[in-house]
Design a protein around this ligand. Structure first.
Ligand code: SAM
Length: 477
């Protein structure tokens, strides 16, 4: 029996809200109950309400060996996805500002000792060019990425970059939401990011296993497990109420990190009354001097799909993100199981939107699996009956944190998010789409418009769509 008295969901200490002994006890409990049909059926029944399940319950589902119950799980994930998100998929692109980094992360090619990667930091002028290239593709939402370097990438550089990005208006283009994925920082710096108007603050835990975390981060500020794990608490204290968590699957056993991830979500919900806004599910990829063959915990596709489905069941109110680390095939599979946001047309090299790199001048963070253009992705989503959405309305209307969650919980999604998705898709079709994509998209808008339940919302959406057709932009509910 494990001693789990160290576990305290509301503690401010990493090792207490992510208690190693609670994770190990959960793993043992899940293994013991992996064929307990009655219990698994009970958990699925509870999950059907859409109110979520605990990390212990989710861990049993992950271990389940019964084919019919696994099928039931997938059906339930599809059902919850539909109920909470409809067929909308939010689009975004990463923007790499700088790959200078003083950390020693053994899985990341930005690590300080890597002498083969070309180091680069964008000037404000270069950021402008990148943002114009992104706007010309049709993007409205970015995720800023940077290595950790106090001299090259101080908080002032990040803040100045955010300001530049929001100020750039090229043709009908605009970046309306900037999410930020930078290293763990202080409450004071989080407050500055909030004041700069960021959307979500995203930070991947990489792994929740402290011992492994320390081995994977041998040097640099990131090696401090507690400082990294408590970052979201500091972000919340700094007034950022949309935070995005994730682990890098492949670093630790998926069982351990899956449980840690859900415990982290439970901690934020219990402590601040609002769970994470998003969960990302990146898998380790090949990169410059990184070989995935050196990592023994890489997650096979079948398990990965199951992880996505069970996260969807466990935390229905949390958006789920997948990047171009995944192939078109695995993206197609996880979209129906729970993913609500995907990137498209991405470049992970610094300056890559203006000039794609040759292999020799590699400055990229990881190799892309899905290299299609944004228009190809939009067209593919439409073929799969998803609505590609460029919506950023919630955060611009102040619906963040618990106010966003209450929109979801009150079932107002169909009267609010659906019209917003259609309006932003219409803008995309008018300004950026190829003729074939435009035709498919217009058909989707016509069809989905009739499904907006509230008559008044439907009439307003129709009026706005006509206005977009006439050249006006930026309507929202
Ligand atoms: N530097 C920031 C930090 O320390 O958190 C975050 C930015 S980093 C550009 C974004 C994420 O990419 C990392 O948190 C990590 O999970 C992921 N990453 C690093 N190396 C990777 C690899 N080889 N394959 C896939 N993802 C990787």
């Amino acid at each position: 029996m494990y001693n789990i008295k160290m576990y305290n969901i509301k503690s401010s200490k990493a090792e207490e809200f992510i208690s190693d002994s609670e994770i190990k006890a959960t793993m043992a409990y899940a293994h013991e109950n992996r064929n307990n049909r009655e219990l698994i059926k009970e958990i699925l029944e509870k999950a059907r309400s859409g109110k979520g399940i605990s990390h212990r319950e989710a861990a049993i589902l992950l271990e389940c060996e019964q084919p019919d119950l696994i099928e039931e799980m997938y059906d339930l994930a599809r059902d919850i996805k539909k109920r909470f998100y409809g067929n909308r998929i939010v689009m975004f692109a990463p923007l790499y500002l700088s790959n200078h980094c003083i950390n020693g992360c053994v899985y990341c090619p930005y690590h300080a000792k890597n002498k083969t990667i070309r180091r680069k930091k964008l000037t404000q002028e270069e950021i402008r060019d990148e943002v114009i290239a992104l706007q010309d593709m049709g993007h409205k939402r970015l995720a800023l990425e940077a290595g950790e370097h106090p001299l090259h990438n101080p908080i002032e550089y990040i803040l100045e970059s955010i300001k530049s990005i929001y100020s750039i208006k090229h043709k009908n283009g605009a970046i309306r939401r900037v999410n930020v994925n930078i290293a763990a920082t202080t409450v004071e710096n989080y407050r500055k990011l909030r004041d700069a108007g960021i959307g979500t603050y995203i930070l991947f835990q990489e792994t929740y296993n402290k011992e492994n975390y320390e081995a994977l981060h041998p040097s640099g500020p990131k090696k401090d497990y507690a400082y990294h794990t408590e970052a979201m608490d500091r972000a919340m204290q700094g007034g950022i109420d949309d935070v995005g968590i994730g682990v890098l699957f492949g670093l630790e056993t998926y069982r351990y990190d899956f449980i840690g991830l859900l415990m982290h979500a439970e901690h934020l919900e219990a402590t601040y009354g609002v769970g994470p806004h998003t969960i990302s599910v990146p898998r380790l990829c090949m990169a410059d001097d990184i070989d995935t063959a050196d990592f023994k915990n890489c997650v096979p596709d079948e398990i990965f799909y199951r992880i996505v489905a069970i996260i969807r069941i466990a935390v229905p109110y949390t958006g789920m993100i997948i990047s171009t680390r995944e192939s078109a095939k695995s993206r197609e599979k996880v979209l129906e199981l729970g993913i609500s946001q995907i990137s498209g047309g991405s470049r992970t090299s610094v300056g890559g939107y203006v000039q794609e790199e040759s292999e020799e001048e590699n400055s990229a963070q990881f190799d892309l699996s899905d290299r299609r253009t944004l228009d190809e992705i939009v067209s593919w989503l439409l073929d799969l009956d998803h609505i590609p959405s460029f919506c950023t309305a919630c955060y611009r209307e102040g619906r963040t944190g618990d106010r966003f969650m209450s929109l979801l919980k009150n079932g107002q999604i169909a009267n609010c998010c659906l019209p917003n998705a259609l309006l932003t898709l219409k803008e995309y079709l008018k300004d950026y789409a190829s003729p074939a994509t435009r035709e498919k998209g217009e058909a989707m808008i016509r069809r989905m418009l009739t499904t907006i339940p509230n008559e008044k919302a439907r009439a307003t959406a129709t009026k706005y769509l006509d206005a977009i057709e006439e050249g006006k932009r930026d309507f929202r509910f």
